[in-house]
Design a binder for this molecule. Structure first.
Ligand SMILES: Cc1ncc(C[n+]2csc(CCOP(=O)(O)OP(=O)(O)O)c2C)c(N)n1
Ligand SMILES: [Mg+2]
Length: 339
């Protein structure tokens, strides 16, 4: 189903929030107070918001090195994300992780890690646990006379890139997820690049989602820069996974605007073909959704300007809070270690 008017506005709001937060991070990065490598998701916002729009607080998200958008779309705390970038104890990972180790368990954002593919099997493990809990609940309720049906299954989402799809662990996890029929959504953000190497130099010409389909799971493919399309595809996939139809795979085409890692643009380096980035900018996910909102008369310029101003204020306040943070103490160094 295409998004209802309120959903479309919500998608736009969420995308704009992520865009403005990422832009503010890029601006402040030059002050050299954030010292962690930072992979921005500007240009790719529609995927995070279109998928997370269907998740409850009980559903879980795992992410990768480019995780700010996933974290915010899942409801992760913005001030604590910023404090984490500054390495402060108030950060969502206690200031130990930086941009690529985010967590907000209250929001159901379990973890992101920088090892490409590292979180893929973790997400499968979590989904397996969810499945076991549901089956335990079903056995428990069956033993009670007139026992109620167990709740619908919580789903787990793993976001990853086209480069990650080349990792062996990706295919081992797909195999296992299908074997166990896990309530797991594989979301491939195909931005055509792994760092500076385009897909054509890394893979034979064929669709990623078709390779995934060979593992025997439901697959979808679509325009990752159209929030309404992502919303629709994700709705089917989440519903399937919740209703016991096993893992689902979405390949969504998009493009990253800034450099692979860092706050700047790098189009001058020449690894993208001439005009490629400019063409993708015309397909900006925010611009397209904005045009839909205005065209369908679901909003107007004044309302969208006000939304933008309100978000800018929220982000400024979040930075002000984060910047008052404190460094983690030496005696906290050995906490959270297992060995
Ligand atoms: C196991 C591993 N190999 C290599 C790297 C270096 N590395 C970091 S990000 C990245 C590119 C990943 O590309 P993709 O999965 O498409 O994500 P994108 O950066 O395009 O969002 C690479 C190779 C790493 N972090 N981990
Ligand atoms: Mg990529």
């Amino acid at each position: 189903m295409s998004p209802a008017p309120a959903d479309l506005k919500h998608l736009y709001y969420q995308m704009l929030r992520i865009r403005r937060a990422e832009e503010a991070i890029a601006r402040r990065y030059a002050e050299q107070q954030m010292r962690c490598p930072t992979h921005l998701c500007i240009g790719e916002e529609a995927i995070a918001v279109g998928v997370c729009a269907h998740l409850t607080a009980q559903d879980k998200v795992f992410s990768n090195h480019r995780g700010h958008g996933h974290y915010l779309a899942k409801g992760g705390d913005l001030p604590r994300l910023l404090a984490e970038l500054y390495g402060y104890a108030e950060g969502c990972c206690g200031g130990r992780g930086g941009s690529m180790h985010l967590t907000d368990l209250e929001a159901g954002f379990v973890a992101s890690t920088p090892i490409v593919g590292g979180t893929v099997p973790l997400a499968a493990g979590y989904a397996w646990a969810e499945q076991m809990k549901k089956s335990d609940a079903a056995q428990g309720s069956a033993s009670v006379a007139g026992g109620r049906m167990p709740e619908a299954t919580n789903v787990v989402v793993i976001f990853f890139g086209d480069g990650c799809f080349e990792e062996g662990v990706m295919h081992e996890t797909l195999n296992f997820a299908v074997l166990k029929q896990l309530p797991l959504l594989f979301i491939c953000e195909n931005n055509q690049y792994s760092v500076m190497t385009p897909l054509a130099e890394r893979q034979p010409k064929r669709d990623i989602y078709k390779i995934a389909a060979a593992h025997g799971l439901n697959t979808f493919s679509g325009d990752g820069n159209r929030a309404d399309e992502v919303f629709q595809l994700a709705q089917s996939a989440v519903t399937n996974a919740r209703n016991g139809l096993g893992p689902q795979f979405l390949e969504l085409h998009t493009h990253r605007w800034p450099e692979h890692c860092g706050p700047n643009e790098d189009d001058d380096l020449g690894y993208r073909s001439a005009g490629e980035l400019a063409e993708w900018k015309l397909r900006c996910p925010l611009l397209q959704t904005r045009q839909m909102l205005l065209g369908l008369q679901l909003s107007n310029d004044a309302e969208l300007v006000q939304m933008d101003a309100q978000l800018t204020e929220e982000i400024e306040q979040a930075f002000a809070w984060a910047l008052q943070g404190s460094r983690p103490t030496i005696d906290s160094m050995r906490q959270h270690l297992y060995a």
